[in-house]
Design a protein around this ligand. Sequence first.
Ligand code: NOJ
Length: 766
Amino acid sequence: MKINNILFLTCIGFFVILIHSCNSTKETSNSMAVLTSEKVEDDEVSKKVKELLSKMTLEEKIGQMNQYTGFFDPTGPSPKDGNNKEKYEHIESGQVGSMLNVRGAKEVRAMQEIAVEKSRLGIPLIFAFDVIHGFKTISPIPLAEAASWDLEAIEKSARIAAIEASAAGLNWTFAPMVDLYRDARWGRVMEGAGEDTYLGSKVAVARVEGFQGDDLSANNTIAACAKHFAAYGFAEAGKDYNTTDIGLSTLYNVVLPPFKACSDAGVATFMNSFNELNGIPATGDAFLQRDLLKKEWGFEGFVVSDWGSIGEMIAHGHAADGKHASELAANAGSDMDMESHLYVKHLKELVESNKVSMKHIDDAAGRILKIKFDLGLFDDPYRYCDEAREKELILNKEHADAALDMAKKSIVLLKNEKNLLPLAKNGKKIALIGPLAEDKTSPLGNWRLAGDDNTAISVVEGMKKYNDSFTYSKGVKFVEEKTMFHLHVPYNKDDKTGIKEAVNLAKTSDVVIMVLGEHGMQSGEGRSRAQIDIPGVQQELLEAVYEVNKNIVLVLMNGRPLALPWAAENIPAILEVWHLGSQSGNAIAEVLYGDYNPSGKLPMTFPRNVGQVPIYYNYKNTGRPGPKPEVFWQHYSDMTNDPLYPFGFGLSYTTFKYSNLSVTKNGGNNVSVSVNVKNTGKVAGEEVVQLYIRDQVASVTRPVKELKGFEKIRLASGASKTVQFTLTDKELGFYNNQRKYIVEPGKFDVMVGGNSVDLLKDEFEL
Ligand code: NOJ
């Protein structure tokens, strides 16, 4: 096919490959983005950065590139003792640029005072923390929030997290995680926005804008961090930290766009990643960090390594020792060393022996100082340390209300036979069963570091607000083990002692609500699973209860898609509630009793069986698509190709009818699409109207469908609305294997509907 309308949105090609394979001691040509790029050079902050750099010694510049984790409590033992001694002295001597895991207005102030009052130049520290889904008021896990497809609510959730975190002295969060992934075994799927690049990019930007607001120097906004750059979510076999090996097409069309969107939205920082990508650990990858991010995309903030990832290049087999690792990372554009303690040890000598150039050091330190200026830390290093503000803002009522709203919007109704839901508010004998129903910690999910145990509203508590005549039985227990640093939750495969009591209760009830799934610590970092079923003896509990009472509402709490073919086949009503945060039980009860009509849609495909993973909606057709009544096509011989629940799927207590799909070419590559959506049920409801396209024939094959637009609408019973979309170059093109963004002429399918499978279809030709 003839290629026309080639858009040079990327311009690196073979030049980049050349640079990539260069000796690491050589500078790549983009090295001075902060200090030499014309745009930046002229502005006020750049001048201040330059001036400050001119006063700094090499050690002080390297100090800015060093980040330590917290080490003392201002009310506790002296920081000058034991293991803390070196870190303390390093802050005093200007050899630390940032701290992580120190929080609290008082605690942050105490540490900031050391930097500001004792170090030679008094350069303030930046205080970082993993504010992933709320600070003290915990909102739903990010995967759940993405299920709302409500960008305004997601932005607000990040805004509130920033308000609380900044009130506790913090000014930098390691979020959003914008990794794309397709493998539900990976524990960190809970931390992102799901499998789709388009939705993922929109959610990423909403989160960045929520954290950073309009003015980074305001005392209630914090710097965001797009992580993990790049391709961490494509860990082989879903095993955290594993190798990633993906081609250019997937890298450019699937993985990179959410990062690019964050860079375009002005995200202050990036974090690189633990994984190697095509043989090069991301932390040491100059192509990713210098050439693509800083030069081509024009990113003006700084890149922090992931925890210890500079040192991990030794285990990767890429660096010989700590010194070599520092050389590789600094030359590749990793500006700040998180907890490897290697830059502070080796960079000086590396500069003195010309292995790392002074230009690279100035660039890195300059970028870090720029963000400190942007945050207003030089005007007032204690601007985030106001204990009165901390008291007033953290866990306030407005934040709880917003967390409740977000939690309700995140719930996805997967099945509702015979309208078992919503429950009548009175007159039914209800049994509530399952270990997660009274759990006040699991609903907080993983990555809620500042969130206190036992603070979520449980399902038991939420339901009691409606009616306390139900009876509760735990059924089975989770087993929790405290290891040195973390809570470990091995599967309870043995203890079935509570099943009998639960079965007896179910026998005498009209409806059984079963709250099952994953403990809050069964997903998250380092928590990949080879099986993605309902863990442990909970499946046995479910089947035993089903034997005596079939009117079951299964409330699933989990941090990843689960494979539950038996439940999907047999259980009449299934509600996916993920880990919903502080207001979990209230949100679930409102949905169970019909005061909120669920509107969430899956941001990630649910497989029938772990053997189908990786499974995703935007797959390629291959040369042998099916189904065919024979052997030689792409399929399994023991399992269908279809997912259990597809991407974009979610029911409501009402129904929606789609009609009148119309496609109009407006000239150029501009196409209007409209569709009519009618609420055909008895109650008001919200629907996420989704638009997909397929480029039928392309020089690089395109997926069978790709999300390119969505709108969440609210319709009263009987009401209808015409929803409009516009397709332009931005939606119609793709990156070819020369890394060029192109739009090719030819036929495109347009598909619109309420999920990625049930779609009206038309086509147009460019
Ligand atoms: C390691 C994780 O990969 C990263 O996402 C996190 O921000 C850091 N640890 C700091 O806690």
